[in-house]
Ligand binder design. Sequence first.
Ligand SMILES: [Mn+2]
Length: 420
Amino acid sequence: MKFVHAADLHIDSPLRGLEHYEGAPVERVRLATRVALANLVRACVEEEASFLIVSGDLFDGDWNDFNTALFAAAQMRTLRNHGVRVFVIRGNHDSRDEMSYRVPWPDNLHMLDCKRPETIVLEDLGVAIHGMSFPRRELTENLVPRYPDPIKGLLNVGLLHTNATGSLDHDSYAPCSVGELAAKGYDYWGLGHIHKREVLHEGPYIVYPGNTQGRHVRETGAKGCVVATVEGGEVASLAFRSTDVLRWRREAIALAPEDGVDELIDAARMRLKAVAGESDGRLAAVRLEFKGRCRAHRTLGDETRRLETVAQLRALPGEFTDDLWVEKIKLETDLPLDREQLRKGRDVLGDLLRSIDDVRSDDAALTALGEQVRKLATRATLELKDEGDDRFAGPDQLRRWLRQAEDELLNRLTTTEARA
Ligand SMILES: [Mn+2]
C-alpha cells in the first residue's frame, strides 16, 4: 500500500510584480501552481496510492476567482475516479477564517476539523489519520499535546501544519519540536508549512515534503511530493516525485581579472546552455549573479554599456531554447584591482581612498555630509527618486554613494594595465 504526502500547494498564488519583469513568461508562471496540482494527481494515480494527505496551505488565500476552487475540486474528482481518498488540513494561508467560500469538494475528500484534532480510521487499510485544521491564521499554540494517542494495531499518520524547526524564514505557527513529535507514537508525521523538503526524523518518519511548485527565486530546486510505501503495517520507504513545471535557479558566475564583457557573455551562454540541458522540459527561471574582479567591471560602469549588456544577456536563451527565462541579472563584479593594496599606497590615489574611508566610518562626518547633500538637493530641487524623505541622504544611502564615488574615481584614475 502506498500513500502520497504533499503540502503548501498555494494554488493560484499571485506572483507579485511579475509584469514588471522584462519578457517574463507570465502565463506559464501564473499557471504553474495549477499544473503542479495536476502533476500531483497524476503521481497519485500512477503510484496507485490509496490516499493522499495534504498538510495545509492547499490554497494561498481567499481567491479572487471562483475558478481556483473549481479547478481544485475537478482535480480531486479525478482522484475519486481512481479510488484515491484525500485528507486535507487547513494551514495559516487557508484557515477557516481566511476563506469565505465553500468549495464543492467531491466525497472522497475529507477536510479535517478546525476545532479539535480529528481521527479518521480507514478500516480497510489499517490506517488511522489524525489532524487538525487551522481555524485562523495566527495560530501560535502548540497543537501536538492535543493530538490523540496512537491507536494500537493501526498505522498512525499525523497531519500537522507547523514550524517544527524554528525556521526563521516562516512564521512560527503551531510551533513544536521534533522530539515531541517523535515521542507521540505515530508512524508518520506529514508536516506542512516549511517549503523546503526535509526528512526531520526516521523511525518514526517526520517529513516536510516541501511545496509542490517553487514560487520565487528563494525556492530553488526540484519541488514535489513524497510517496510512502507501507509494508507489514509500517512505512518501509519514502520516495520523492517532482510535480513542478518551473524550476528556479541561482547561478553564480565567477569572472577572472582578464575577463571583459565578451567573456562575461560567453560564460553566461555556456552556463545557460548547461541549465537548459538539465531542465527536462521544464521552464527554468534563472537568476544570474556575476562576481569577481574583472576587466568587464570598467565597461559596465558606463550606463549605456551596462544596459546593452543586460539586454544581450536576456536575449541569450532565445539562441537555443524557449524554456529558459532570465529572471534577474545581478552584476556584482568589482574592478580588477586590489583596493586594500591601493588604500595603503603612498600616493594621491591612496590619499583619496583613505579620506573616503574616513568619512564612511565616522558617524559625525556622515551626518555633516548628509546635511550638505540635503541643502544641495533643496537648492537644486533635484529629483529624489531613490528613497523616501526620511532616508534620503541617511547614513546607508551616503555609504552607497561613497562606494559609487570610489568606484568612479578608481575607474578614472587607474587603467587596466596599472592593476595591482
Ligand atoms: Mn503555511
